[in-house]
Design a protein around this ligand. Structure first.
Ligand code: GLU
Length: 450
């Protein structure tokens, strides 16, 4: 059987079992395409039904989250936790609060997380959770009441050695605080069951910065192989949340000019670059005032706001998609290639559609999937877990050194498994998927049919 045929056959089965889950099927398709030949070359993996097992979550929890808004009206949201794979350690992965959240999105994220966490080399399984609750426009009191109701149910299924949630879209320091408070109150234990905690109460230095910084460390490694880097380059970034903010900060520190940010309403283009003062403004705008990126263009006349548009039409050397899934589609990829972009390094989870990946890779650009390049966030969550367990706190420098080593090692794993011999090219998609898959699969087999 050919690899492509194996992929199609497996995906047809998976789709029949999981109808109406396009994002989950998309994520599995990309991994299956990368590993199909390896599975065919190792027939025991077929006999052991490894593809069927690795794509079936160990447990899925869905629950009602009732709460009362500021007007006294009852609101009902839906909560999720997908415990995908515990072959390498306790389930680990963030919580996303966004109206788009559904089972398909939770499963795709938990599936990606399994391989991402494996790539970090730290002992963490894969999971993801969240809710269709939208924090935007809600008061602090409403967010707190929602988080308390959400945790009242979720606490039954999590624990420092079982499942350790963290943040993702819509879940930052404020939400983790409310979630942790309720967990501690119900379980009567002060443990590292959540990561992304406040620095005063068990959080790790550099955790907020880690995903964005890690993206830049990874991109530097990729670009070094072709003799360029951030120094003197123009960078477009999508998103304006935690990942985008710290990717922008580190890219600038490394000598680049960052010219864009975005949110779900539109993008800003600042040809002069987002300097330190402007970055501080964005940080306050997003994290304290919880405003929209449009306000940047009102504050800084050098910038233009493009309503309803993504930043991929802007000329750049390096593009860092840091917003959300499927935000670079085929026309965006064409625009990036035509404008001379040389490197696309993902900060978000699955921001590039398969068609767009084919265009980007086909044109010979450097391209890294999020599960490799955005793994610095969860890796630093792993470092937070270690610090909580040994009841110590590492310095910023110590955490940063670990983060550097981990991103370097992930890059090396991608090169080892994705090197297209003789061409000088590295297929980072294949490299990341294969490196993650082999270790998770072999660990599952070691542990029997469970
Ligand atoms: N949500 C982040 C991710 O996609 C971080 C997860 C974590 O720290 O557990 O990897």
């Amino acid at each position: 059987m050919k690899a492509a045929e194996f992929t199609e056959q497996f995906l047809a089965q998976l789709e029949a079992r999981n109808p109406g889950q396009p994002e989950f099927l998309q994520a599995v398709r990309v991994v299956t395409s990368s590993v199909a030949q390896y599975v065919l070359d190792h027939p025991y993996l077929i006999k052991e039904k490894i593809m069927e097992r690795i794509t079936e979550p160990e447990r899925v929890v869905m629950f009602r989250v009732p709460w009362v808004d500021d007007r006294g009206e009852i609101q009902i949201n839906r909560g999720y936790r997908v415990q995908m794979n515990s072959a390498l350690g306790p389930y680990k992965g963030g919580l996303r609060f966004h109206p788009s959240v559904n089972l398909s999105i939770m499963k795709f994220l938990a599936f990606e997380q399994t391989f991402k966490n494996c790539l970090t080399t730290l002992p963490m399984g894969g999971g993801k959770g969240g809710s269709d609750f939208y924090p935007r426009g809600k008061s602090d009191g409403e967010v707190m009441r929602f988080c308390q109701s959400f945790m009242t149910e979720l606490q039954r299924y999590i624990g420092q050695d079982t499942d350790v949630p963290a943040g993702d879209i819509g879940v930052g320091g404020r939400e983790i605080g409310f979630l942790f408070g309720q967990y501690k109150r119900i379980r009567d234990e002060f443990t590292g069951t959540l990561t992304g905690k406040g620095l005063n109460w068990g959080g790790s230095l550099l955790r907020p910065e880690a995903t964005g910084y890690g993206v830049c460390y990874f991109a530097e490694e990729m670009m070094a192989s072709r003799g360029f880097g951030f120094e003197g380059s123009t960078v477009t970034i999508s998103g304006a949340g935690n990942v985008a903010q710290f990717a922008a900060k580190k890219a600038r520190e490394l000598g680049a000019k960052v010219v864009s940010l975005s949110d779900s309403d539109g993008s800003i283009y600042d040809p002069d670059g987002i300097d330190e003062e402007k970055w501080n403004y964005v940080y306050m705008l997003k994290n304290v005032r919880r405003g929209r990126i449009r306000e940047y263009a009102e504050k800084y006349p050098t910038a233009t706001y493009f309503k309803g548009q993504r930043p991929w039409g802007i000329k750049c050397d390096i593009a860092l998609p840091c917003a959300t899934q499927n935000e670079i589609e085929a026309p965006d990829a064409k625009a990036l290639v035509e404008n001379g972009c040389k490197c696309v390094c993902e900060g978000a989870n699955m921001p590039t559609t398969p068609d767009a990946i084919a265009i980007i890779q086909g044109a010979g650009l450097l391209y890294s999937p999020g599960k490799a390049s955005n793994a610095g966030g969860v890796a630093t969550s792993g470092l937070e877990m270690t610090q909580n367990s040994i009841r110590q706190k590492w310095t910023r420098e110590e955490v940063d050194a670990h983060l550097h080593t981990i991103m370097h090692d992930i890059h090396s794993a991608c090169v080892k498994y994705g090197d297209e011999e003789g061409t000088g090219n590295v297929d980072y998609v294949k490299g990341a998927n294969l490196a993650g898959f082999i270790k998770v699969a072999e660990s599952m087999l070691d542990q029997g049919v469970v």
